[in-house]
Design a protein around this ligand. Structure first.
Ligand SMILES: [Zn+2]
Length: 246
């Protein structure tokens, strides 16, 4: 039996399957990933996405985030996002846990989405928590050339996403879902950003199945039931074709 057939069988037999997604699922929507050949970290220093950099050089920080926002704001979900939304509609996938900040799962119609690294479309004051749409922050940055500040307390505004050196606040919720799940379909994640990458590991270590779809090898390939090195959309469409009754 080929990998797609086995993956379809495992998904159909799962009681509580979840999807875990990373930047690789959105590259086909023209949003660059981090570690791939065209990845962001080939052009930018990863430190630009850190809390330390935000505090030290807010203008440089916003220059980087204005660029990331630009990639994301016009992007549309691709066939891989749509396949996961369809799997949820059919009752197979119960939740999508994503490391992405691009909202594309929700745009594709997925209802139960946990964005463990936040959402770039909203920003907040780092001091008082006041919420501001990121589009306003970018406009301020572009018009004035300096980092936006809070209208209430003058604190620094930053996107409502998890920066390096910050704990992901929804990670406990993601772990709780992982503990209830018997299958994790990991799509487009290099599985090397911890603690988020513990999600598939938890599912596997408590006796569930792990299917990995990723173009490049990941550190969890050795414990996965199936590893598919293919583009996310092609792999998910091939799995959907193997489903009984189609
Ligand atoms: Zn404030």
């Amino acid at each position: 039996m080929d990998s797609y057939k086995i993956a379809a069988k495992l998904l159909q037999g799962a009681r509580h399957a979840i999807a875990f997604t990373g930047a690789g699922i959105s590259t086909e929507s023209n949003i660059p990933d981090f570690r791939g050949t065209q990845g962001l970290w080939k052009r930018f220093d990863p430190r630009m996405a850190s809390r330390g950099y935000f505090l030290e050089d807010p203008n440089g920080f916003w220059q980087f985030y204005a660029k990331r926002y630009e990639y994301i704001v016009g992007a549309e979900p691709n066939a891989a996002h749509k396949a996961l939304s369809l799997l949820e509609e059919e009752g197979i996938i119960k939740s999508v846990i994503t490391q992405n900040i691009d909202r594309l799962h929700s745009k594709a119609g997925s209802k139960s989405v946990l964005e463990v690294h936040g959402d770039i479309m909203m920003s907040r004051c780092d001091c008082c928590g006041e919420q501001v749409p990121t589009v306003e922050c970018i406009k301020f940055y572009r018009d004035s050339g300096s980092a936006p500040t809070c209208g209430k307390c003058q604190g620094g505004l930053r996107p409502s996403i998890v920066l390096f050196e910050e704990p992901p606040d929804l990670i406990e919720a993601a772990f709780n879902i992982a503990h209830r799940s018997d299958l994790c379909l990991s799509v487009g994640s290099s599985l090397c950003v911890y603690p988020a990458a513990m999600v598939p590991e938890i599912v596997k270590r408590r006796g569930g199945h792990l299917i990995i779809i990723n173009y490049d090898p990941t550190p969890l390939d050795g414990i996965a039931d199936i590893v598919i090195r293919e583009k996310a959309s092609a792999a998910l469409e091939a799995i959907l074709k193997e489903f009984d009754g189609r």
